[in-house]
Design a protein around this ligand. Structure first.
Ligand code: GTP
Ligand code: MG
Length: 150
């Protein structure tokens, strides 16, 4: 089944939204299969956002993302990459619908609280970058799955 990489950014940690964000993914029914808190180096963040190198906001983005600890997570379940992005909301919180994480808690695009992989392919790359080349996810059974999946 599908996995995605979800990260609570330094502003999300500072604003004490860790429980809120995890709760939204849990309540939707997704499984948490990997989690750690890290204060990432600037080099690590540059790698994570390497596709954006060259954008005018890239240096500021890398400074912000390496300015404090983040919570790095692997979430699992049906269509979780796309649905995870939907839970986060649009990149620019001013365009994020109420009911989404960014639409409920953020204002500026440069302080938008959370990250989610944009495709199954990038999810695999990001999980490997943050959790190691070996499968960093935990495999376990949940009794509740029979009430979430038909
Ligand atoms: P992530 O989940 O963090 O990858 O966001 P995204 O996929 O919705 O957007 P994208 O990958 O294009 O950009 C990555 C991050 O760069 C965004 O989440 C923002 O924090 C930041 N960013 C994107 N566009 C802008 C911009 O125009 N200005 C500023 N200051 N930051 C931006
Ligand atoms: Mg992105």
């Amino acid at each position: 089944t599908e996995q995605t990489f979800i990260m609570i950014k330094p502003d999300g940690v500072q604003r004490q939204l860790v429980g809120e964000i995890i709760g939204r993914f849990e309540r939707r029914g997704y499984s948490l299969v990997g989690m750690k808190m890290v204060h990432a180096s600037k080099e690590h963040i540059e790698k994570h956002y390497e596709d954006l190198a060259g954008k005018p906001f890239y240096p500021g983005l890398c400074n912000y993302m390496s300015s404090g600890p983040v919570v790095a997570m692997i979430w699992q379940g049906k269509d979780v990459v796309k649905q995870g992005r939907a839970l986060l909301g649009a990149t620019n919180p001013l365009a994020s619908a109420p009911g989404t994480i960014r639409g409920d808690f953020a204002i500026d695009v440069g302080r938008n609280i959370c990250h989610g992989s944009d495709a199954v392919d990038s999810a695999k790359k990001e999980i490997a970058l943050w959790f190691g080349a070996q499968d960093g996810a935990i495999s376990y059974k949940r009794a509740i799955d029979q009430w979430i999946y038909e």
